[in-house]
Write a new protein. Structure first.
Length: 253
């Protein structure tokens, strides 16, 4: 993973009341081994569940968080988002092992404040993080995997355009060889929703279907979103009813 660098262009966007109107935003700080993790808890009156969102590679809550909140808002759930260590507001040196441990630490903290009411949502790289947490924590209320794939080997063998090669190098590094989303999904028995773009050239739908097939719960659903690519699934109008229905079902459990 390539963390933010001092010479990166300054980021001018901010997740605040202006960019996320209607939300109550609380800044969160959580120490983890060798890092200081920072995030935002976004809430609205009457929401019964909290979506813990794990973004893709290079996700920054200030740059992308408002889009996530806008997509989830109609479904009636609060949202908690943290920057990965080394990214955005969070400090530390990123690694896959650290990322996994941070995710467990974050989930435990969020679940302590909303016991049994946390739905995990992972997009792209974040789908590996969310599936790992779901595998490790039975208290997870539900699991949403967006633009997901199976493992580094399958992903690197897919035909990918030049602009995703930094992402591919991340996926095929030696550190990633032991990560397998099919294995994680097969160890999770709870409700799950898998969202995949029909035109996704980064994580092809055929690989997402393998992750879906590995899920053990009868309360699972796969939605192929027509016209969507890798990063625009959640904003697609076809995805919203499925997302909102899943959140409503989790609220009634």
């Amino acid at each position: 993973m390539r963390a933010d660098r001092p010479d990166d262009p300054p980021r001018t966007q901010l997740l605040d009341a202006a960019s996320a109107p209607g939300w109550k935003l609380d800044e969160l700080a959580l120490p983890s081994a060798g890092a200081a993790l920072h995030g935002v808890a976004a809430s609205r009156p009457g929401n019964a569940l909290t979506v813990l969102y794990f973004g893709g590679n290079a996700f920054h809550l200030d740059q992308h968080g408002a889009e996530v909140l806008a997509a989830v808002a109609p479904c009636g759930a609060d949202v908690t988002i943290f920057d990965y260590r080394g990214y955005g507001r969070s400090k530390g040196q990123p690694s896959i092992a650290a990322l996994q441990q941070d995710a467990l630490r974050i989930f435990d903290d969020v679940n302590s404040r909303h016991p049994g009411k946390v739905v995990l949502h992972g997009q792209s790289l974040g789908s590996f993080v969310a599936a790992y947490v779901a595998q490790q924590r039975p208290a997870v209320r539900g699991l949403i995997l967006e633009s997901t794939t199976t493992n580094a080997r399958d992903w690197s063998n897919a035909m990918l355009p030049w602009y995703v090669w930094p992402f591919v190098r991340l996926r095929t590094s030696p550190e990633l060889q032991g990560i397998d989303n099919v294995a994680a999904a097969s160890a999770y028995a709870g409700p799950a929703l898998v969202l995949v773009g029909e035109n996704d050239g980064v994580t092809p739908p055929r690989l997402a279907s393998k992750v879906y097939a590995a899920l053990q719960s009868p309360a699972r659903r796969l939605v192929l979103v027509p016209g969507a690519g890798h990063n625009d699934v959640l904003s697609n109008p076809v995805a919203r009813p499925a997302y909102c229905q899943f959140i409503a079902e989790m609220a009634m459990r």
